[in-house]
Design a protein around this ligand. Structure first.
Ligand code: AMP
Length: 300
């Protein structure tokens, strides 16, 4: 089917209770594309400045990620700085330098416009809509968002929601979007806004997938120490959509398996800072963790 991923490529400065790392490679599209690359060959849409390392571009190429939609512009790459407290599910944005990302209005390469699956990562909803105007009849459109857009671009966000099939967002964002405390009721409200499916990411507690008349829960990998939670959500999306692209099916069974692969990829992301853990995972490691997830929830 082909999977197009649109989002940020970034330098991230990350503070956790035990460590601070300056300018590690990050960005929603970076994480998502790397995670998806273990299932399919995704098409990447984004922008970087001249300071973006060549070795990361080479890594993308080595992982089979199509870069026709990646712009390299004069100037500096997007920079995000964030801090985590002792609860890895909560983070504070300390600084956001948009740089070349500030006036990013991509024109999708022709082959991207025919793709079957489109993922709009956590970018400005106006930009998400701009992308949707360029694609021709995709089978599946999924989107993510963050509290910033829910608070500041609510109207535009609701417009995009009407046009997508799946919303992936975390628990707090879903509640903020619907003014609802109960997650199931909140999920149902989202289903009335446009999407046919909502994936509620619950950090260390896993994720809930909600469709009309069905709910599916997936656990997170039991992990004693989260080194860096950044990118877990995007890796979930990458594993989830990458798997759906690989199997070319959108049945309930495929969606459930995709959610488990999403959780598997997120579990690798948090084991180290930035993209470190996603650079060269082995098929075997992914398979093994998938089976561990199965064991976690099966009982005789
Ligand atoms: P996640 O932890 O999966 O929600 O995604 C984290 C990534 O999102 C980081 O690597 C950041 O570079 C990126 N990010 C943070 N804020 C924004 C923003 N406003 N627009 C685009 N990307 C962002």
């Amino acid at each position: 089917m082909s999977l197009v991923i649109v989002g940020s490529l970034a330098f991230d400065t990350i503070e956790t209770p035990s460590e601070r790392r300056e300018r590690v490679i990050g960005g929603s599209a970076t994480y998502c594309a790397l995670a998806a690359s273990y299932f399919t060959s995704p098409y990447l849409v984004g922008v970087v400045g001249e300071d973006f390392p060549q070795e990361v571009i080479k890594l993308f190429q080595h992982r089979g990620i199509d870069l026709t939609g990646l712009e390299v512009k004069e100037g500096r790459t997007f920079h995000w700085e964030g801090r985590y407290g002792h609860d890895p599910n909560h983070r504070l944005t300390l600084k956001l330098e948009l740089n070349v990302f500030g006036d990013f209005h991509p024109s999708l390469p022709r082959k991207y416009r025919q793709a079957g699956i489109i993922f709009l990562a956590n970018i400005d909803p106006d930009l998400q809509e701009e992308i949707l105007h360029q694609v021709v009849n995709p089978r599946l459109v999924a989107m993510d968002t963050i509290d910033h857009w829910i608070k500041n671009k609510r109207e535009a966000l609701f417009r995009v929601l009407k046009k997508v099939d799946i919303l992936l967002a975390n628990e707090e964002e879903i509640k903020l979007l619907t003014d609802e405390i109960n997650l199931i009721r909140a999920g149902r409200k989202i289903l009335q806004l446009g999407p046919e499916l909502v994936v509620i990411k619950k950090g260390e507690h896993g994720a809930l997938v909600l469709g009309e008349g069905w709910v599916f829960g997936v656990l997170a990998h039991p992990c004693e120490e989260v080194i860096d939670p950044t990118g877990a959500g995007d890796c979930f999306a990458g594993g989830f959509l990458g798997y759906l692209d690989r199997v070319r099916q959108l049945s309930q069974r495929a969606i459930k398996r995709a959610a488990v692969y999403g959780s598997v990829m997120a579990s690798f992301a948090i084991e180290d800072f930035g993209i470190e853990r996603l650079k060269n995972l082995k098929e075997e490691e992914i398979k093994e963790r998938f089976l561990e997830f199965k064991k976690l929830v099966s009982f005789a």
